[in-house]
Design a protein around this ligand. Structure first.
Ligand code: HEC
Length: 90
């Protein structure tokens, strides 16, 4: 039991831009990014090679993560963490 789903994952759902220091977030920004990286590496290289974050811009990643998160059986919270990680390194 490592993952605590405590983040209101509205970022991805509303398709808004990533906001630093979202109010109500219990994890720090760096914890969120580390968590997102772990989920990304564990979940997004199963069906194809791990995608290169730099291959798409932030806007494109919204649609991609929305399409891929269900394939990877991620919760919307996990999807938001993956999105935040990807867009922090692209
Ligand atoms: C269950 C299998 C599966 C998983 C898990 C999966 N993908 Fe995919 N992915 C696909 C398939 C199939 C395609 C190509 C067809 C399509 O676009 O739907 C694809 C295509 C892509 C593309 C190319 C899209 C484009 O428009 O060029 C990217 C980027 C991508 N996936 C990212 C991810 C990320 C990020 C994750 C983790 C959240 C993920 N995938 C998890 C099956 C998967």
């Amino acid at each position: 039991m490592k993952k605590l789903f405590i983040i209101p994952a509205v970022l991805l759902l509303v398709g808004s831009c990533t906001q630093k220091g979202t109010p109500g977030t219990k994890m720090s920004e760096s914890q969120r990014l580390a968590e997102g990286k772990t989920i990304f590496e564990n979940s997004c290289g199963k069906c194809h090679d791990l995608p290169d974050p730099k291959a798409h811009n932030d806007t494109e990643w919204i649609g991609i993560v929305n399409a891929m998160a269900p394939k990877a059986k991620l919760s919307s919270e996990q999807g938001a963490l993956v999105y935040d990680y990807i867009t922090s390194v692209n």
